[in-house]
Design a binder for this molecule. Structure first.
Ligand SMILES: C[S@@+](CC[C@H](N)C(=O)[O-])C[C@H]1O[C@@H](n2cnc3c(N)ncnc32)[C@H](O)[C@@H]1O
Length: 236
């Protein structure tokens, strides 16, 4: 039986730049299916709707999605009934050049995409809201501390992180789900590992404390699809 007391440091195959484009695109399609079946977009869509309702009525809101993959969340924000009525400027950044070119091809032209590493290629731009989903578990604890600080320096109203809860149920559920759906080998390797690399509530508290946040401005919510949503809202 897998032991999940601590975050795994094993590497996910999706982070290997040698993976061929065909396998990579298929993998992102399969991640999308998992997200759809497990309501993976729900925490982020709710958070975006929350911020827009509070701050979006009389000005354009600039949103950055870090680790945007093929841009699915940004397309949902672009098209969703609750968010469509706001004036939005949407930007996604991802480390992987193949997935960014796919995002450009399949997304409306008014969504901007940047190929780059958030730690080195995106120093000075400012946004209103910064989001990321399933990106944090790819990072080390040290990088997470740095990224949450960067997000708070570069987001005018706040940020929202959605990531997995490291739990036996989530781990074995995703293993069974992958075999039932006959997903590719990369997903069968990475999806349970993503759970093993992910977080428990106290770890978020520790990381955010280390990053210097006042926890009164942070809301950590657990969702029944074994995700945590971490919302930081600035007092304007
Ligand atoms: C599991 S995918 C998540 C895709 C999408 N956000 C979703 O929810 O389905 C994680 C993404 O984070 C990207 N990523 C990891 N580290 C990054 C970094 N330092 N800068 C930009 N993107 C990064 C990876 O390339 C990958 O596309």
């Amino acid at each position: 039986m897998i032991r999940l007391e601590h975050r795994s440091h094993a590497k996910e195959c999706i982070d290997d730049p040698q993976v061929d484009t065909g396998t990579l695109r298929q993998t992102y399609q399969q991640i999308k299916s998992i997200n759809v079946y497990t309501l993976g977009y729900w925490p982020t869509m709710r958070a975006v709707a929350y911020f827009l309702k509070r701050y979006g009525s009389n000005r354009k809101i600039k949103i950055l999605d870090i680790g945007c993959g093929d841009g699915e969340i940004l397309r949902r924000i672009h098209d969703d009934g609750c968010t469509r009525s706001f004036s939005l400027e949407l930007t996604g950044i991802d480390l992987n050049p193949d997935i960014i070119s796919s995002a450009v091809t399949i997304s409306p032209p008014d969504i901007n995409f940047i190929h780059g590493d958030i730690f080195s290629d995106h120093g000075n731009a400012d946004y209103d809201l910064i989001i990321n989903s399933l990106t944090m578990h790819h990072l080390t604890n040290q990088e997470i501390v740095k990224l949450t600080q960067w997000m708070s320096d570069h987001a005018r109203i706040g940020w929202f992180v959605s990531d997995l809860h490291r739990h036996m149920i989530a781990y074995y559920f995703i293993k069974c789900f992958n075999s039932l759906c006959r997903f590719n080998q990369l997903i069968c390797h990475d999806a349970p590992l993503s759970v093993a690399r992910s977080f428990r509530r106290q770890e978020w508290v520790d990381l955010l404390t280390q990053a210097g946040f006042n926890l009164d401005h942070i809301k950590i919510s657990w969702y029944p699809n074994f995700r945590y949503g971490i919302r930081y809202e600035k007092s304007l």
